[in-house]
Write a protein that binds this ligand. Structure first.
Ligand SMILES: [Zn+2]
Length: 208
């Protein structure tokens, strides 16, 4: 899978296998409350879908399509969060995903005119592109949440990170070495501070 080369983080574990996880992480928070949203414009969203074979190369999305993708992404993230926390999912989130699953574009319909005779025409092709993509993303999410990886869906433990991942080994807490390094650095800093303070107050350092 190709990934935005200017993206500061490598794909989270499980992203290659589960495009819905990739979708959930497509708006990644970075330190300093920056968000990199790979789906922030119709052009960017089109490129994202085309790169993942979820839309034809000549696809053209519109603002309304982007809004629908953003909405599905919010519900996808909520369902992943519920799964990671072993909580019951909300009915609204389930409903939104089921709607995406079942709003699969209808077949091209049969038409007739003098020039072409009988022919088939896809209704609303622009709408169909995004609905097809949403159905595929929802199906992947449903498979992930009911498949062998469901029990190891996890949120990255780095406080500044909002990404979900598959915990590929039991002790994996971070979506990337970058997040792990950042948390370890913050802990070391906190420990140093605590030691300095306890030295000043001549009290024993807090265990950690
Ligand atoms: Zn992370």
């Amino acid at each position: 899978m190709r990934y935005m080369t200017d993206h500061p983080l490598p794909p989270a574990p499980g992203t290659d296998e589960h495009v819905s996880l990739d979708f959930a992480n497509s708006a990644a928070s970075l330190p300093g409350e920056r968000i990199i949203d790979s789906l922030d414009t119709p052009a960017a969203a089109t490129e994202w879908l085309v790169e993942r074979d979820l839309a034809p190369a000549n696809a053209q999305l519109w603002d309304v399509c982007v809004n629908r993708l953003h909405s599905l992404r919010t519900h996808t993230r909520a369902l992943l969060a519920a799964r990671a926390d072993n909580q019951a999912p909300s009915e609204t989130d389930l409903q939104a995903v089921n709607e995406a699953l079942t709003t699969v574009p209808s077949a091209s319909l049969l038409h007739w005119n003098d020039d072409d005779g009988l022919h088939r025409v896809a209704e609303h092709p622009a709408t169909q592109v995004v609905e097809h993509a949403m159905a595929a993303l929802a199906a992947d999410l449903a498979d992930l949440l009911t498949g062998p990886d469901a029990g190891i869906v996890a949120a990255c433990s780095a406080p500044s990170c909002n990404r979900y991942m598959v915990r590929t080994h039991a002790r994996r807490h971070w979506c990337s070495t970058r997040c792990g390094d950042r948390v370890r650095a913050a802990r070391a800093y906190a420990r140093r501070n605590a030691t300095e303070q306890s030295t000043r107050s001549k009290e024993p350092a807090a265990a950690n």
